[in-house]
Design a protein around this ligand. Structure first.
Ligand SMILES: O=C(O)CCC(=O)C(=O)O
Ligand SMILES: [Fe+2]
Length: 362
């Protein structure tokens, strides 16, 4: 008995829905190019996509783990479009190098007032993926093959145009925007960080220093790193942990490295500062007073030391880091917290903000 219950038909046999959705109309080719190919040797190549099949998952349907079969040596990946048909379950799970990422757009699509909203996921051919069982409704997706240059001979041209991206242009735009921001006296007047949530997933290994990943950033993340470096801004990857002792959502703890063993008396909070943790709060928010720190060593201070942060792109949960710690509360126990990676750029107090007035350089 096949474990896979799905209806999958080749596009060529079901031409009816083809005019309804054209990838090119949504700038997706460009977005995929920027996202997947920006910084590798492939960055200058053009890409096309070919509609491969329609998947309709009814209740109980799923798609077992697999890698997509390359249709030619020019095929480098796949694109999945998820339509806003009401459904629950049916998350798409991607796996690479022992890590996995789950994309469940059912709630988001259902919550959207705009019935024309779609979700898309593009990934390289070596990524294993599966679709978890749909628990209600119907999940409808289109799968596209992604090719370098042109579709292979014989593939139907669906009028999907090829758009090549201009890396220089995007760098210039971001650079100009950051320079303008840095010139603004209201930006972090006492110094702090500009922070960028990562847009892409990275394989994280425990024994590798976080900063080693910087040269391997992809797409928009790479643009941010490259432009900040060009502006002379020092950026570091940091892990952002929720500060569970605070009711304020803007407060978090950031760490630049994963310490080995952490031993705390209370919860993962202020004490972790001893292990290199740093408290952050949103730019312009009120400092954090002692009420917050009743269980911590800092309770004798009036104000908890915090660094102000301006989030330029919001924190994502694509790169999750697990941190175990030992706790001696009512008795010894082992606990675990999860943090998420983001890129932090220091903005100095002295306002001598690097390159903020050097737009004509280079
Ligand atoms: O429906 C999905 O989300 C994925 C479909 C898929 O993996 C495939 O068609 O190969
Ligand atoms: Fe697939």
């Amino acid at each position: 008995m096949s474990l896979m219950r799905r209806i999958a038909r080749r596009a060529s046999s079901t031409p009816l829905y083809l005019p309804l959705f054209k990838v090119a109309d949504y700038g997706l080719i460009n977005a995929i190019h920027n996202g997947l190919l920006r910084d590798g040797a492939e960055a200058t190549k053009q890409i096309t996509c070919e509609l491969y099949k329609l998947n309709v998952y009814a209740k109980g349907s799923f798609f077992k783990p697999h890698q997509d079969t390359p249709r030619s040596e020019k095929m480098f990946g796949s694109l999945v479009i998820v339509f806003p048909t009401p459904h629950e379950g049916g998350a798409l799970v991607l796996r690479e190098g022992g890590r996995e990422w789950t994309f469940d757009y059912s709630a988001e699509l259902a919550a959207s007032k705009d019935a024309r909203k779609i979700a898309y996921i593009a990934f390289f051919g070596d990524i294993e993926h599966e679709v978890l069982p749909v628990t209600s409704g119907h999940r409808v997706t289109l799968t596209y093959n992604l090719y370098f240059d042109r579709p292979p001979a014989g593939a139907s041209a669906q009028g999907i145009s090829v758009i090549s991206s201009s890396m220089e242009n995007e760098d210039a735009q971001l650079r100009a925007a950051l320079q303008e921001l840095l010139r603004d006296p209201a930006l972090l007047p006492s110094g702090g960080y500009m922070a960028f949530g990562l847009r892409f997933m990275y394989p994280l290994s425990c024994d590798q220093p976080l900063q080693d990943m910087l040269p391997h950033m992809k797409g928009g993340d790479a643009t941010v790193v490259r432009v900040c470096q060009a502006l002379g801004l020092e950026g570091r990857l940091k892990i952002v942990y929720e500060e569970i002792n605070s009711e304020r959502e803007d407060v978090a703890i950031v760490m630049e490295a994963r310490p080995g063993a952490i031993c705390l008396e209370g919860s993962f909070g202020n004490e972790v500062v001893d292990y290199g943790g740093e408290h952050i709060r949103a730019m312009g928010s009120l400092p954090i007073d002692t009420d917050f720190c009743v269980w911590s060593k800092s309770s004798y201070m009036d104000v908890l030391p915090t660094t102000e942060v301006l989030w330029i792109t919001e924190l994502t949960e694509l790169n999750r880091v697990e941190q175990e710690y030992f706790r001696y509360g009512n008795g010894p126990s082992v606990d675990c917290v999860y943090g998420h990676l983001a890129y932090f750029v220091g903005v100095r107090l002295d306002k001598k903000r690097p390159s903020s007035d050097s737009s004509s350089e280079e």
